[in-house]
Design a protein around this ligand. Structure first.
Ligand SMILES: CC(=O)N[C@H]1[C@@H](OP(=O)(O)OP(=O)(O)OC[C@H]2O[C@@H](n3ccc(=O)[nH]c3=O)[C@H](O)[C@@H]2O)O[C@H](CO)[C@@H](O)[C@@H]1O[C@H](C)C(=O)N[C@@H](C)C(=O)N[C@H](CCC(=O)O)C(=O)O
Ligand SMILES: Nc1ncnc2c1ncn2[C@@H]1O[C@H](COP(=O)(O)OP(=O)(O)OP(=O)(O)O)[C@@H](O)[C@H]1O
Length: 493
């Protein structure tokens, strides 16, 4: 592609005459010097850890001669300097130009919120596919479309990766893309040049506040709000304390959903199944004109919110009620309230809950099934704000009968340090606390102590298959370990 086409709609200045620049053929863009090559443009990003401008020499050595910078830096002779105000924004626009703006030809649904993004994305994908529409997903679990699966570093990939993936999806015949728009992704302009047909707000609670993320809650909230300035239409959970803030500050029209307040799509007559084996809920969705009944095969009030948002999203694209109803009744999302059918006298549930709000939701949901004892295995990430681990431990101490504190991505922190900090919440509580830093042993202990009608909640990892230790992702799978422990217990191979 010609340089002039890559730089379309970008405000820049250059040390070269524009005519001199314009017809240069560019092969690709790199924002990491290690991937830079001849005929590539190198874009220097001022990151959280390091400043990409430091890697100009390395990109030069790898063959790049065209540099997009936000700082006046002298370049080696023969190089072209393109100066912009914000290189992240420039990278986003250049990437959209390079890949021919794929989002213009796709229908894109962005989901933001502290909790429920992955679950809601999967519900929407399943319903759209049941309606005959080829749909892709970009999110925490990776990228999925047709039978293609791609891992991603971030929930919301860097703008270049996002545009590249959207182009590949479009070229593979995908019509709809459901994309998790994380606050970090929105803040760092990773989706700035994605044309969202719909933006969806699930909820917000204190999270991702701390070093390298958001300095305060206001920044976190306003990062999420950005989606409703990019999208053509929005869907907002008005029961959330900040739902009205999103509506008041959005630049698009909004449909609202709720269980408590008045809204455009309100759930009522909710019946959560009494039997843990069926783990589901019936509810009616009342619009301003009509009422529609649904069954969703996952329990909990939070599931109804995710289902409502999904119903409204697909209704926006004209999907039939019957298609939605049929699809919802069978949907399951891996690692989200996943019942492992391993024992006939007790229940083991796998769930991705790894912050206070989600742990509270899943614990309260499971308590509705009136277990003999609720045994919760949980831990908390190392090297991040201590608030998260305290909130999680407080919930477990208050709501559970037994809590096995273990490791959950300790990274560079000593796992016992995290466990001991969490253990403080149990002082004076009726919950029996067990400390076991080895997650495999912790699962085994949980399985071995199960008695009739107990529920063991394995919280934190859900679908994830690694343990982050000292910067390294080591393979670990809660589900596999639970199966092994049960087999050992029952004397099977
Ligand atoms: C804090 C943060 O968000 N960091 C993201 C950011 O990295 P960074 O700005 O820290 O980059 P850096 O390492 O300082 O490097 C700066 C620049 O120098 C370049 N570089 C670096 C080394 C080198 O040898 N050569 C070189 O050119 C890098 O490619 C980069 O362009 O840009 C990277 C590329 O897009 C991201 O992968 C990285 O996400 C890290 C892994 C991360 O943990 N991010 C979390 C906070 C995050 O974004 N989470 C959200 C979900 C949570 C939420 O809801 O917000 C997500 O979407 O994943
Ligand atoms: N709407 C919701 N409100 C509160 N908690 C929820 C909601 N939906 C799911 N959860 C809980 O949060 C956990 C994570 O759900 P999900 O993966 O859908 O959220 P997410 O927004 O993608 O999370 P993350 O940003 O951590 O990847 C679930 O396992 C469940 O315990």
């Amino acid at each position: 592609m010609k340089l002039k086409d890559i730089l379309k709609n970008i405000d820049f200045s250059s040390d070269k005459e524009l005519v001199e620049l314009y017809d240069i053929e560019i092969e690709d863009i790199s924002y990491n010097s290690n991937n830079a090559k001849k005929n590539y443009i190198f874009v220097a990003i001022e990151g959280e850890v390091t400043d990409g401008h430091k890697y100009i020499d390395s990109a030069y050595e790898n063959g790049s001669r065209i540099f997009v910078l936000s700082k006046e830096i002298d370049l080696p002779k023969g190089c072209i300097k393109i100066l912009v105000k914000d290189t992240r924004k420039a990278l986003s626009k250049m990437s959209a130009n390079l890949f021919n703006n794929p989002s213009k030809e796709l229908k894109i649904i962005g989901i933001t919120g502290t909790k429920g993004k992955t679950t809601t994305s999967n519900y929407i994908k399943a319903i759209l596919e049941a309606g005959g529409h080829s749909t892709g997903i970009i999110g925490t679990n990776g990228v999925f479309y047709k039978d293609i699966v791609e891992d991603t570093e971030n929930t919301t990939p860097e703008s270049y990766e996002t545009q590249r993936i959207l182009r590949k999806m479009l070229d593979n015949g995908i019509e709809y893309v459901v994309m998790e728009a994380s606050s970090g992704g929105l803040k760092m302009n990773r989706v700035e040049d994605v044309e969202f047909d719909l933006g969806v707000f699930t909820n917000i609670s204190k999270d991702h506040i701390g070093p390298r993320e958001h300095p305060d809650f206001e920044d976190y909230l306003n990062s999420k709000l950005r989606l409703f300035k990019l999208a053509k239409h929005g869907i907002v959970n008005i029961d959330d304390k900040y739902g009205q803030y999103i509506i008041d500050n959005a630049t698009c029209d909004i449909d609202t959903i709720s269980i408590e307040k008045d809204s455009d799509f309100k759930a009522k007559d909710i019946e959560i199944s009494k039997d843990i084996e069926s783990l589901g809920s019936n509810f009616v969705c009342a619009t301003r004109e009509d009422e529609y009944d649904y069954y969703i095969s996952s329990p909990g009030i939070f599931t109804i919110y995710n289902a409502l948002l999904s119903i409204v999203a697909v209704t926006h694209f004209g999907i039939d009620y019957k298609v939605i109803k049929d699809a919802l009744k069978d949907i399951k999302v891996s690692g989200r309230v996943e019942l492992l059918p391993l024992l006939d006298y007790a229940h083991i549930v796998l769930d991705f809950a790894h912050n206070g709000v989600s742990l509270k939701n899943i614990v309260e949901t499971l308590k509705d099934y009136k277990p003999n004892r609720l045994i919760c295995m949980t831990g908390s990430v190392g090297g991040r704000s201590n608030v998260r681990r305290k909130e999680m431990a407080d919930i477990a101490a208050k709501e559970c009968d037994v809590c096995i504190l273990t490791s959950d991505n300790p990274d560079f922190e000593d796992p016992m340090n995290i466990i001991n900090e969490m253990a403080q919440s149990f002082e004076g509580s009726n919950c029996l606390v067990i400390k076991e830093a080895d997650r495999k042993e912790a699962i085994k202990k949980g399985v071995n102590m199960l008695k009739k009608n107990d529920i063991l909640l394995l919280a934190g990892k859900g679908h994830e298959t690694y343990q982050l230790v000292k910067g390294e992702k080591l393979y670990f799978n809660d589900k596999e370990e639970a199966i092994k422990s049960v087999n050992e217990l029952l004397g099977r191979k």
